[in-house]
Design a protein around this ligand. Structure first.
Ligand SMILES: *Cc1c(COP(=O)(O)O)cnc(C)c1O
Length: 469
């Protein structure tokens, strides 16, 4: 049995602004004194950078396009305002998301409602402001139509499509209308040339997982559908291909491969644990055989960002097909627009050894403040430690909830030495989903504070951090 028990590293991609901050313990302490722990920091210039990066791809292909920021990925209002300043749209998924976007001054023409559940209140607000609504089922069509009728409006709608044929298989989704039935749905709910309360304007899809081929195939099928609709007198102004653009978090492919190998070994009992209580993060032993797959986000991947969009547009002859159609391609980007935008800082409150002799480092935050649907956040943290001439230690970070399972990172982390009380741990690149998506207020803990940095600077000072609320 091989026993290499050193812990595998997962070095994050990180930006200068994060390193600058984490290197300024005095400034961080001042932020904690004022705002408590944890603190989420948003670096807005990197959001701008991501916007231009994606815009460039469409410009290169000479395809008419519109980008939307899918704000459900992060609750901060500052990013909604930033989207507006960049001239891009905002995809909203609830009444409050829409209300805040309107209050932030986003042009209603650049807003879209894609909420999975659309309340009467949400639809009324959308109709009043002539905001595009993406329809998902017949009950929604009926409700929206009755609201528009009452307000004497013709309201712009798009239809969410699913059930695309990829190879010989139809893609399942609980969302949308089946591609084989949607033409009938559109012609029964809308009339060409806006004669009903629902005014057909375009098609929409958002696919699960991260396949560029599936997205390419779905876009092709929507183009065909738009031809059939055209024959019936319906003009498709746009096809919205949703989000799910992959983002890369890690700097080293070898580390990623090595981590997965070591995790499998640990689950098989061939090495010391590298996750809390040897959690397989999706891998498990069944009848002495390793089964399952890593149930985390694919934190290392090469098919990311602009390359991902490029690949969709290069699917078969899509780019060419799009040239002679006056159809705008839209995307709703959440996570990928937030690449290198966020940093979560938390204060060390205690250190202790558990029954098995493992170091537990208690952080003033809880598991819900660093959580997504991924089984763990697989990035090494960064830290602002008081310097000490001591040996490295391996530790787990524990959170403030009264649950045995409130372990902030399931991974065991090698630290340069045991942190002191009031030292600071930083989690890098957390703006997309990690900070807010599952954040709860159990124990009546306050929601974390959201600060934003509006400009790029060599030296940030306390006054550069704008508090959201
Ligand atoms: C969540 C969501 C998005 C954004 O997805 P990302 O993976 O964050 O880019 C876009 N559109 C719809 C309809 C969504 O539900």
């Amino acid at each position: 049995m091989k026993t290499n028990n050193s812990l595998p590293k997962l070095s994050p991609l990180q930006s200068d602004w994060m390193l600058q901050l984490i290197g300024n313990k005095g400034l961080i302490d001042k932020l904690f004194e004022t705002y408590g722990s944890p603190i989420n920091i948003h670096h807005l210039p990197n959001f701008d950078k991501n916007v231009s990066l994606f815009q460039e791809v469409f410009k290169r292909h000479h395809i008419p396009f519109k980008l939307f920021y899918a704000r459900k990925a992060n609750k901060s209002k500052s990013l909604v305002k930033r989207a507006e300043q960049n001239g891009i749209g905002v995809d909203t998924a609830s009444f409050r998301e829409l209300q805040q976007a309107l209050e932030a001054g986003v042009n209603p023409k650049r807003l879209v409602v894609t909420a999975a559940i659309k309340s009467k209140k949400l639809l009324k607000l959308a109709v009043e402001n002539e905001v595009l609504v993406i329809l998902d089922n017949q009950d929604e069509c009926d409700l929206l139509s009755s609201i528009a009728k009452k307000l004497n409006k013709q309201t712009p709608v798009g239809f969410r499509v699913s059930g695309f044929l990829v190879g010989s298989k139809k893609l399942y989704s609980r969302f949308g209308f089946d591609i084989d039935k949607v033409e009938f749905i559109i012609s029964s709910n809308c009339k060409p040339k806006n004669k009903t309360h629902l005014n057909y304007t375009g098609l929409h899809f958002h696919l699960n997982a991260y396949s560029t081929q599936e997205r390419g195939a779905a876009l092709c099928q929507c183009l065909l559908l738009s031809e059939e609709l055209k024959a019936k007198g319906f003009h498709t102004e746009f096809i919205d291909i949703g989000g799910g653009v992959l983002m890369n978090y890690l700097s080293d492919k070898t580390e990623w491969i090595n981590f997965k190998e070591e995790l499998k070994k640990a689950v098989k009992g061939e090495r010391e644990e590298l996750t809390f209580n040897n959690d397989g993060l999706g891998y498990q032993m069944i009848e002495n055989k390793l089964e399952g797959d890593l149930a985390t986000y694919p934190f290392y991947n090469e098919n990311n960002s602009a390359i991902f969009i490029e690949k969709i547009l290069n699917y078969q002859n899509l780019s060419e097909l799009l040239q002679d159609k006056a159809i705008e391609i839209r995307m709703e980007l959440g996570r990928s627009l937030l690449d290198q935008v966020g940093l979560t800082l938390a204060r060390v409150v205690f250190r202790k050894k558990d029954m098995y002799g493992r170091w537990l480092v208690g952080l003033e935050m809880n598991m819900s403040q660093l959580q997504s649907s991924s089984a763990d956040f697989l990035l090494d943290p960064i830290y602002a430690f008081e310097i000490a001439e001591e040996d490295p230690v391996d530790a787990y970070f524990t959170g403030a909830y009264c649950l045995e399972r409130d372990i902030v990172l399931k991974r065991k982390i090698t630290l340069p030495h045991l942190p002191k009380v009031n030292d600071v741990i930083g989690f890098v690149n957390t703006a997309g989903y990690m900070m807010h998506f599952f954040e709860t207020q159990a124990h009546l803990f306050e929601l974390s504070v959201n600060l934003s940095l509006e400009e790029k600077k060599e030296h940030y000072e306390f006054k550069d951090f704008k508090n959201e609320e």
